[in-house]
Design a binder for this molecule. Structure first.
Ligand code: TNX
Length: 507
């Protein structure tokens, strides 16, 4: 069977075969049965895509959605025939992903709707498939975050990384340190309004994510990116260091230089640092991660570690070593941006997050590999491929260009995870994560236009077989399959960027 004649599924499944029979016709009388969450999820997708409202049946039904233990984690199977549709998942998550795939299969059929005869056997390549949202540079309310969860989960992503703090603001309320949101949550880049999540908001996000089989990975960035901490606790923060790098950013983007004790709303990075030699700093770190541990069921706590340009190398190493140990002692797995790999005594469970280019420059590859040599793993976020805040070559004015200029959809797609960091085995790659920094991204509509369609390329890198192991893993196949999802995305209310690289289907 030629790839072009297969139904379009994104991310590409590990195995898909077109059936020879007639399609399954969807109608008002189509009955659903099986797992209650899965039937509700499918009914919602069918309603959005077709306007048909399907009812649940007791006992036998046309569409069966069942958990059938025994398969790989997150795996599922779909069999569509003229008279029946059966979706089985090894666990609830796999069944949920089967439902997402089924939603993508819905097609116009004359005046009605149908599902093509097909058999799909599918399971993820990598265990971790994430989306990072920066809620510090611009605050994004709970409803926008839930929208991101729905969108990412529809592409079989299972982690939402929230970048909760940065120089501009601290966005999470903590009982042990109430001054953080009282004094340091009001700013955003460009003088826009700020905000923060109450603990109940955060728990609501965690619960909502879990209902879509996603974990939340909270990030508290340190020792740099901490100007806002100094608004609440001046005794923990060094004076801003305004070097050439900062002056260049001010010249390019405008804004005032950072001043201690004054909220910062510019776009410069690398001027702030926590005090490395104050014991009170580590009491603060223990309070913050202790409280996050209690409200975060997922295994990971991210402590940042990027761009600490005003912290000396020795101080940086000492700091990330101690902080990774604090997190490990709380029973959580520390995660850090790849710079922290320079610290040879970092807790050996620490996961590194690589944000260099697809072809590593400087020592970014070595720093990333250090986490693996140390016993940890790697999450890949190559900036010149899956940084969703980069400009498109043609499209909205939003976005930055530092990651090798604008990022086309083709470039977001055309890389192979196992080829990025030399000397790292596939088994040491925990997964991939697309990152959406929000210096220029202010609204839910901005999130949609920057993320879609490039987020689908990241999802495919995380879920689908390696390039070379599947005829579907080519740019030519991907652009057709993504194009076929346009009507579904529109029905789901996703304001994707109608990139001219993609042959968008009309219906
Ligand atoms: C680099 S990537 C950063 C962020 C910026 C981003 C903008 C990384 C770990 N740090 O502070 O927001 O570039 O693209």
């Amino acid at each position: 069977m030629h790839a072009a004649s297969l139904p379009a599924v994104v991310p590409a499944p590990s195995s898909i075969e077109a059936g020879s029979g007639a399609p399954f016709r969807l109608s008002e009388t189509t009955s659903l049965a099986g797992d209650a969450d899965a039937t509700a999820a499918l009914a919602a997708i069918v309603l959005a895509r077709t306007g048909l409202s399907l009812g649940a049946a007791e006992g036998a039904a046309d569409v069966e959605l069942r958990v059938t233990p025994g398969g790989a984690p997150e795996s599922y199977r779909i069999d569509v025939a003229e008279a029946s549709v059966v979706v089985t998942g090894a666990h609830a998550a796999g069944l949920f992903y089967g439902v997402q795939t089924l939603g993508q299969l819905i097609a116009r059929d004359g005046a009605g709707w149908s599902l093509p005869a097909v058999s799909i056997d599918d399971a993820p390549r990598f265990a971790y498939r994430g989306l990072m949202l920066d809620v510090a540079r611009h605050f994004h309310p709970v409803e926008a975050v839930k929208g991101c969860i729905d969108r990412a989960a529809s592409l079989k992503m299972n982690a939402l990384h929230l970048h909760l703090t940065d120089d501009q603001a601290w966005r999470i309320q903590l009982d042990s340190r109430p001054e953080l949101v009282e004094r340091a949550s009001a700013a955003s880049v460009g003088g826009d309004p700020g905000g923060f999540y109450t603990k109940d908001d955060y728990r609501d996000i965690v619960r909502y994510a879990a209902s879509r089989h996603m974990i939340v990975v909270p990030e508290i960035d340190m020792p740099g990116h901490t100007h806002a901490v100094g608004l609440a606790y001046p005794e923990l923060a060094e004076e801003p260091v305004v070097g050439d790098h900062i002056l260049e950013t001010l010249a390019e983007y405008g804004g005032d230089a950072p001043v201690a004790g004054v909220p910062y709303d510019g776009m410069a990075v690398g001027f702030s640092s926590l005090k490395i030699h104050e014991e009170a700093t580590y009491d603060f770190v223990a309070d913050v991660f202790g409280e996050l541990t209690a409200m975060t069921p997922g295994p990971y706590l991210h402590f940042g570690g990027d761009e600490s340009l005003s912290t000396s190398a020795a101080d940086f190493d000492e700091f990330v070593t101690r902080v990774s140990a604090i997190i490990a002692d709380l029973g959580k797995t520390p995660v850090a941006w790849h710079e922290a790999g320079a610290a040879k005594d970092i807790a050996d469970t620490t996961i590194g997050q690589y944000w260099g280019f697809v072809r590593p420059q400087g020592d970014s590859g070595e720093k990333a590999r250090a986490f693996v040599d140390n016993g940890g793993g790697l999450i890949l976020s190559p900036a010149d491929a899956i940084y969703l805040d980069m400009k498109y070559p043609s499209g909205p004015a939003l976005g930055l260009t530092w990651a090798d200029g604008p990022t086309s959809v083709e470039r977001a797609y055309s890389w192979e995870p196992s080829d990025v960091v030399p000397g790292v085995d596939e088994a040491a790659i925990l997964g991939i994560e697309a990152a959406l920094w929000t210096e220029t991204v202010c609204t839910a509509a901005d999130i949609d236009t920057m993320a879609f369609p490039r987020i689908a390329a990241a999802a495919e890198a995380g879920w689908s077989p390696a390039t070379g192991d599947s005829e579907l893993r080519t740019w030519a196949s991907f652009r057709e399959r993504v194009g076929a999802l346009g009507p579904l995305w529109t029905a789901m209310g996703i304001g994707f960027h109608p990139s001219d690289e993609i042959p968008w289907a009309a219906e």
